[in-house]
Design a binder for this molecule. Structure first.
Ligand code: MN
Ligand code: MN
Length: 284
């Protein structure tokens, strides 16, 4: 039994696991609110709020062969956390298991993407994260999508829920396909997700959820809250629709010092949805 705090119902040893939780307690490049490094354990604690049985999927999380291997070590720079996450996710993927990354700053996602160079990436995010660098840092939370494009190709990325981009990002000739939150409000999440997948010509999808993609009413405890966001139901629909294609998931940018507990709870619940949904379409 590992000594660290574990995600609820993660009772399986690594060898027998199908899903593996990994934390990235990193927030060194946070520009507004600090504290996302505390998120992995806050999400783990919140995960004990829920019943093992998930009524809408009619299955128990404890039956999905879930393991929690703890956190990568706290890192000095964004580049170091990317390297550290990549090393561990590589082991998870090479063992034929499904990685679930808990952030921490969005920067850490890039480490996981290095293990899925042939996959498409769907981001849920209020921001485009497409700056070349931010505050002198290339591996910053504000550059996640830009670094992702260097790994999987900009044409294989779609960002859903965007409602904040810089003028530079707007005027760029080449940028990732994105669907504004306003489109989701008007046309519905189904049109948004189907539209996102149209451009991505890849069968395997990595889903990266920046919790600020959700409205601050549902997810107040994030590093950079942005009004007019998505609902939890929108994101759940996205998870369930993508499940047959998913190869990995992360839930990033929870910032516990600014949370009333609901953001961590929602993050834990979305992770449980992803596990249940993927397990349901690919039962062993
Ligand atoms: Mn964001
Ligand atoms: Mn982000």
């Amino acid at each position: 039994m590992p000594a660290h705090l574990m995600f609820a119902d993660a009772d399986f040893p690594f060898k027998q696991a199908r899903f593996v939780v990994l934390g990235a307690p990193f927030d060194r490049t946070s520009s507004f609110r600090h504290g996302a490094r505390l998120a992995p354990n806050a999400i783990r604690e919140a995960s004990y709020n829920f019943e093992d049985y998930m009524m809408e999927y009619d299955l128990c999380i404890s039956d999905t062969m879930l393991c929690d291997i703890g956190d990568v070590e706290e890192c000095g720079s964004g580049e170091e956390v990317v390297q550290a996450v990549q090393t561990v996710v590589k082991k998870i993927v090479e063992s034929g298991k499904f990685p679930i990354l808990l952030g921490g700053e969005h920067t850490a996602t890039i480490g996981a993407l290095h293990c899925f160079k042939d996959a498409g990436v769907v981001f849920i995010d209020a921001h485009l994260d497409y700056r070349e660098e931010y505050l002198g840092e290339r591996f910053s939370h504000a550059c996640t999508c830009r670094r992702a494009a260097e790994v999987v190709g900009v044409e294989n990325i779609a960002v859903i829920g965007v409602r904040s981009i810089s003028l530079d990002e707007k005027e760029m000739e080449e940028r990732p396909f994105f669907i504004p939150a306003y489109f989701v409000h008007e046309e519905g999440i189904e049109q948004a997700v189907k539209g996102a997948l149209e451009g991505i010509k890849r069968d395997r999808i990595y889903l990266s959820i920046d919790m600020d993609g959700l409205d601050p009413a549902y997810a107040p405890g994030v590093a950079t809250p942005e009004p007019f966001g998505l609902t939890p139901q929108d994101v759940k629909w996205c998870i369930d629709y993508l499940a047959p294609k998913l190869v990995g998931v992360d839930v990033m940018e929870v910032c516990p010092p600014y949370d009333n507990g609901n953001t961590s709870a929602l993050a834990a619940r979305l992770i449980r949805c992803a596990i249940a949904s993927v397990f349901k379409v690919h039962p062993l």
